[in-house]
Design a protein around this ligand. Sequence first.
Ligand code: GGG
Length: 352
Amino acid sequence: MNKKILVIPGDGIGPEVTTWGKAVLEKIAEVYGHDFSFQEALMGHVAIEATGNPLPDETLAKAQQSDAILFGAVGHAKYDNDPAAKVRPEQGLLKIRKELGLYANLRPILLFDELLDASSIKPSILKGTDILFFRELTGDVYFGEKKRSEDGNTASDLMIYERYEIERIAHKAFEAAMTRNKRLCSVDKANVLESSRLWRETVQQVSKNYPEVETEHMFIDNAAMQLIKDPKRFDVVLTANLFGDILTDEASQIAGSMGMLASASVGDGTGFFEPIHGSAHDIAGKDLANPLASILSVALMLDISFGLKAESQLIIDVIKKVLAEGFRTNDIADGSTNPYKVLGTQDMGKLI
Ligand code: GGG
């Protein structure tokens, strides 16, 4: 199989982890006889430094011509501490999602049994958890109008959804539910927010096309609590952009670490694959980052964009084997009393 893959390492730990995602793609190509060619492009803080633009035209053009994109992370503390900054690294990520029509962000909470002790939640509560989140990705407060009053003392972000935006991601989530356990939970705040009432009404309508799927609706505050209390009650979770962003960071603790969660953004065009974690500048360049989320993102790419299921499963099996042998990066090693063999980014990447 011939495929053109664009690698966008981005900021902070992005380049360290995508190095290993790309290396795994090269190894898969070698083992299975595929022809994967790679290009690189800038996005985020590094792109602002080089061009003044968090998403240069050249990056977007390369993205549109690729078969799949492997992305690292964007962000820099400098902007977090400067709320007045007009140009920010995250604008690059939001813009590329919009431009490529990537409206559905799939975030599987893949729990390796070997990591049951890496979570602060009891193993008996966690064991058997397998959740697939569908986070809407091109609407909500992220894209609604942002305003600041002239005196600077009032600010607003418009939480806005169009019916068609909810319909198209709801169909994707229900289709996934049909291939899994036929259970779907839609998360909103319909007791308070008008956009959530439209969300709920639309999901109820779409659900009529999937009568076999047991559909429930839950408020975001309750969902945040149930996720810790009884994660196994969830199978497919469908939610809006902001709620999905927050809930999946919370859910990463079920899997042991933010460094374990991969994501796939899909929609109208080229698929976009990235760890859910951000740029983590505090550990950048220290060989501490966990490359497994990037490597698992590659497994998603092979499965979802290229239909290479065996290759994708091989990556998951290899990660399972390495974890079973006791190898860990710092974020999934349990403090100083553990019996694990703790590896840096490079050694974990090479081992996989
Ligand atoms: N790899 C994910 C990443 O870079 N996240 C940083 C970020 O700004 N995320 C915003 C979002 O996911 O909406």
